[in-house]
Design a protein around this ligand. Structure first.
Ligand SMILES: [Zn+2]
Length: 393
């Protein structure tokens, strides 16, 4: 009997692993896959691949593509695509916006609400109640999807396992449990905004590799967040707090930062620093700054050059330590990438030891307001793709 129980347990483990393998294979493919393609890619028999696909289809984790056509006698060779009825909720609170976005397993935005605002030093209860109202309205107007989980992107350091926001300097929030103030039917997993936004570069859809897999991501918000990504995985550090490049000191004698230090990168390259350096109001759009540079405005040019110098100092340090010479700029830094790039590359050429062999490159992320919200949804869906057996039946 013991041998039979062991054999049954092994079968169950094998089935769970194979379900994950089939779903990951379909999700990673840029085009719909036939059952024969799935069998070939996963090293299983056609019959096994087909049976596993049927289980995933029944749970809504896979769909049959409408584009399929019969390929001969027997079962039509209808290609498989990730299921459109499975989705996740991503939310974001930043110093300048609130967002809620629902993304499906194909990576499509099913619905979203993004609201600009000034949440610097805001009252957590008021702000999170506003996010709850925005999210509740979004969920009430969704098409027929199964929302399997939620995530919340925050501009600070979190203890995700405890559901605790430890500190978000620009919000002025510390030691609070956002889920308790949100009171949503789905309890969100907390994450750092830049870590989650970097997922939108590493993955173009849940489980599908994006344009870069090894890169440093900078999230230009009111502050500057960051993440180092290697083989598509965010380097989280021992406690999940890695990547705080915005608080790397560029000049110890520089201006005071909301974190308590002085001369942090975000005091030169944060949105407020750039706009005030250019003589623009703090609620001006980065596009206005770009327009002024194009008109030859010296204050606007000076603010961007100051930001490029600070970015060059901070990023050269990170690249020298980590050997990740691809930089992807998001948020306002992405919008200003063309203006930052020449001076920034010059600073990196001078300061990165390996630059003569492989000069660092500077790319802009696809412009996406509240990329952290999308990343939070991608993280939830990534967990589904990694272990789909939990979502069957
Ligand atoms: Zn700081």
């Amino acid at each position: 009997m013991a041998a039979e129980a062991l054999s049954s347990a092994r079968q169950s483990t094998l089935r769970t692993a194979n379900l994950g393998l089939v779903l990951r294979t379909v999700c990673a493919a840029p085009e719909p896959l036939s059952r024969a393609d799935v069998a070939a890619s996963t090293g299983t028999t056609r019959a096994t691949a087909s049976r596993l696909a049927d289980e995933l289809l029944a749970a809504g984790l896979l769909d049959e593509s409408e584009r399929g056509a019969p390929t001969g006698p027997g079962r039509p060779g209808t290609p498989l695509v990730p299921g459109s009825s499975i989705a996740a909720l991503g939310m974001q609170v930043d110093a300048g916006l609130l967002a809620a976005r629902v993304v499906d397993l194909r990576g499509r935005v099913v619905g979203e609400r993004v609201e600009d605002g000034d949440f610097v030093g805001s009252d957590p209860m008021t702000t999170l109640h506003r996010l709850r109202a925005v999210t509740t309205d979004l969920l009430a107007h969704l098409p027929d999807v199964r929302v399997v989980g939620a995530g919340l992107a925050l501009p600070g350091i979190v203890d995700a396992s405890a559901g605790l926001l430890l500190r978000a300097p620009n919000l002025g929030w510390s030691n609070l449990r956002p889920a308790e103030l949100l009171h949503l039917p789905l309890t969100p997993t907390l994450g750092n905004e830049a870590d989650l936004a970097a997922r939108t570069v590493a993955e173009s859809a849940p489980g599908r590799p994006g344009p870069h897999r090894d890169f440093l991501y900078l999230s230009g918000q009111i502050g500057v967040g960051g993440a180092a990504v290697l083989a598509g995985q965010v380097l989280s550090g021992t406690s999940g707090w890695a990547g705080e490049i915005g608080h790397v000191c560029v000049d110890p004698d520089g201006p005071a930062c909301r974190c308590g230090s002085t001369g942090c990168l975000e005091q030169y390259a944060g949105r407020h620093a750039l706009l005030s350096g250019a003589g623009l109001p703090l609620d001006a759009a980065p596009g206005e700054l770009a327009a002024r540079i194009e008109r030859g405005d010296p204050a606007a040019r000076g603010a961007v050059d100051t930001a490029a110098r600070a970015l060059g100092v901070a990023l050269a340090g990170v690249i020298n330590v980590l050997d990740i010479p691809t930089v992807v700029l998001g948020g306002h830094l992405g919008e200003l990438a063309d203006f930052l790039r020449p001076a920034l590359q010059e600073h990196l050429r001078r300061r990165v030891l390996s630059a003569g062999w492989r000069p660092p490159t500077i790319d802009a992320a696809v412009a996406l307001p509240a990329a952290g919200a999308t990343g939070a949804a991608l993280k939830v869906l990534g967990d589904v793709v990694a272990d789909p057996a939990r979502w069957l039946g």
